[in-house]
Design a protein around this ligand. Structure first.
Ligand code: FAD
Length: 356
């Protein structure tokens, strides 16, 4: 049976929940005027899948969604489990109408006006507006290197990493220059021989910089953009010095090597042509937005992502994209930043509905 709603939110991670919070606050009736569809059987978005030791780069008091503070975490930077529990509580506390275990296969437009069709594995929903907040966890990215397929050891993406114990005594190559790479390297290097490979020299933040400062920088950038003035915030670096990374630095484990030339059956060939024998390669090479379900809309492109005006698709203003980073709003791929993106998207759809 086909149901109808004013707003369908796809994804119940932090971006989808922040949007649902603002819809509720704007007076939309949960379950009737809006609903949230999420593929995961349980709450927490991507956080429920992340590795055990992962630490946020921002303290709990600077990682909250709108309306409800994240409780303090016992020992400094929160774990992924702490965030999962916070999102589960958030969903329940506000009675957000999330339907877990529902996968959206495709969003289609029957015409240039009227509702969008949201096709799911449980049937079809018609929605005047769709807020797509599907994150990137379902689309890990691995760069291509010659010889990758011939490698006899194990290759895994950071998405599939759990804990260091299984690498004890191994020779492990960690590829990537961001926080995931630095945190995984930091703990794997306590039990294994590690080689760290980065595309460019890693950029470490000052020891006292965390997510709070990053958010302040993003806020200054917004203000500068709005005022049409130059952005005075210089680059801060990529890697936040959480305790495990500081410890690795003190052990001398944070030595980065330039990009690989190729992969051979028993290891990797470094930039100097030397072979590093390896059992395992961990690709900490990031993610891409999970947007396959939007393919039928054929969104107009702006470089490597759909073209948006604010959060609205330029080629179809009935659809908004949330939580994908600066192109969907400054810091919108972070816990603390996505609330602002969600608030603006909801304000806009209330002010200018796009469908009869
Ligand atoms: P997700 O959490 O991925 O939620 C999307 C939801 O949509 C999922 O539940 C998924 O099942 C669902 N979904 C996807 N496709 C469909 C579909 N077709 N149909 C139905 N449901 C679907 N941010 C910080 O603020 N601080 C940090 O310290 C921090 N550290 C990070 C460390 C790592 C390793 C990573 C990967 C990210 C980190 N981030 C951090 C960034 C950011 O907070 C996360 O990427 C965040 O999970 C994005 O939230 P989201 O709601 O956009 O997406």
């Amino acid at each position: 049976m086909t149901a109808r709603t004013r707003v369908a939110v796809i994804g119940a991670g932090q971006a989808g929940l922040a949007a649902a919070f603002h819809l509720r606050r704007a007076g939309f009736e949960p379950g009737r005027d809006y609903m949230v569809l999420d593929r995961n059987p349980g709450p927490g978005g991507a956080w429920q899948h992340m590795w055990h030791s992962l630490r946020l780069f921002s303290p709990a008091e600077h990682s909250s969604l709108p309306g409800r503070r994240m409780p303090p975490s016992r020992d400094g930077f929160p774990t992924a489990g702490h965030v999962r529990d916070y999102l589960a509580d958030y969903e329940q506390h506000y009675g957000l109408p999330v339907r877990h275990g529902v996968t959206v296969d495709a969003v289609r437009a029957a015409g240039r006006t009227g509702p969008l069709e949201v096709h799911t594995d449980r049937g079809m929903l018609l929605a005047d507006t769709v807020l797509s907040a599907t994150g990137s966890w379902d689309r890990p990215f691995r760069p291509h290197y010659p010889g990758m397929r011939d490698f006899r050891g194990r290759q895994l993406h950071a998405r599939d990493y759990r804990d260091p114990a299984e690498f004890a005594g191994h020779s492990v190559v960690v590829v990537g220059g961001g926080n995931s790479a630095a945190q995984i390297l930091a703990e794997v290097s306590t039990v294994a021989r590690t080689t760290w490979v980065t595309r460019r020299p890693p950029r470490f933040m000052p020891d006292d910089v965390d997510g709070r400062v990053l958010f302040q920088v993003a806020t200054r950038r917004i203000a500068a953009r709005a005022a049409g003035t130059a952005d005075s915030a210089g680059p801060l670096g990529d890697i936040v010095m959480v305790p495990s990374v500081l410890d690795a630095r003190d052990r001398g484990a944070l030595v980065a090597h330039p990009p690989l030339l190729r992969i051979v059956p028993d290891g990797v060939v470094g930039a100097d042509g030397g072979v590093v024998v390896a059992d395992t390669i961990i690709w900490c090479t990031g993610f891409r937005p999970a947007l396959h379900h939007l393919a039928p809309l054929r969104p107009a492109r702006d470089g490597d992502h759909p073209a948006v005006d604010g959060t609205r698709l330029v080629s179809d203003p009935r659809l908004h994209l949330l939580g994908h980073g600066d192109w969907t709003g400054p810091a919108s791929a972070t816990l603390i930043g996505v609330g602002r993106t969600a608030r603006d998207a909801v304000a806009r759809l209330v002010a200018a509905p796009t469908s009869a």
